[in-house]
Design a protein around this ligand. Sequence first.
Ligand SMILES: *Cc1c(COP(=O)(O)O)cnc(C)c1O
Length: 370
Amino acid sequence: MLLFTPGPTPVPQNVRNAMSDETMHHRTPEFEAIFEKTRKHLFNLFKTDEVIMIASSGTGAMEAAVINLCKNTLLSVNSGKFGERFGKIATAHGLKNVEIKNEWNTPVSVEAVVEAVKNNSDIDAIAVQVSESAGGLRHPVEELAQAVKEINPKIMIIADGITAVGVEPIDVSNIDSLIAGSQKALMLPPGMAILGLSNAAIETIGSGVGYYLNLASEIKKQRQNTTAYTAATTLTIGLLEVLATIEADGGIEKLYSDTATRANAVGSALSAIGLHIYPATPAKSMTTIDDEDAAEIRKLLKTDFDVNVAGGQDHLKGKIFRINQMGLISNYEMAWVVNAVELSLAKLGRRPYDGTANRIFNEITFGMGK
Ligand SMILES: *Cc1c(COP(=O)(O)O)cnc(C)c1O
């Protein structure tokens, strides 16, 4: 079965091998050396002033960023389940929350954010997804961050890049915290989250908030290549292997360019067979299709063609399906996926099979022209 859900994503064989050794003790020079190398790679990936690894799923990093960077009112951008989660985190910690809510195919407008900030001087942090995985859309995070900093540079910008870091270049000039999670673009099992931080964020954090998720404790320790509590040692070893593999495969810029080509090829192939792309501004992390037969297509993909793609949640359950594009994906696997979607449409009697999806995919991927 091909795993093509936008998280978890498949773990490459060499990464699984790297993680198969005996458990290492975290307070040893051997592990600290691995930690130091991993950190170096992460600085290259995040391009932020500081980088922190924590043992938690992605949501732990979202919570860490909110409690350490927001003291008063969080403006959260809700165009899906993950944006909604930021608001819930704020409320759970007694912070005030202002939300800009849109349908799951609609990115936030920079003007709406600017207006909210101008109308509420209590807002001291903004939380937004770079790629909102619920509907597969890209928010204009960099533009939004720049516009907000022009109004008030003290407002902290928290960007959830869980399905964006390692997928596409993100301009962090105006971003204070950029979040990633192990089981999405980073091709690892779940259990580790990473926060990139700006110097301004570090200043705002001061002595930190909370206990396990107190970022001040982690910054202090991780600068010495160790962690405040037990490190996710095996995942750290895996992460180093992932980042070294990306490097050996031509580097991060090549992965960004391959992913962009793949996203374009898949989107074009599926559009060519009459399917509709759900988000107004598709993220490169996944292709999301809305279709009245979404549930049937997804079932056929699994039972007849050995492809596992994700469905939708909440009000989009049975209405969309989402195909992963994150990570080091083989073209032959991706070609099979678009072909399998076309075969499913034929099985449903929607359209006779003629190989269009595969042809378009190959033309774009391999530059074959018309
Ligand atoms: C998966 C995901 C999360 C949540 O991560 P968990 O690891 O499930 O806690 C948050 N934001 C986005 C955009 C995601 O895709």
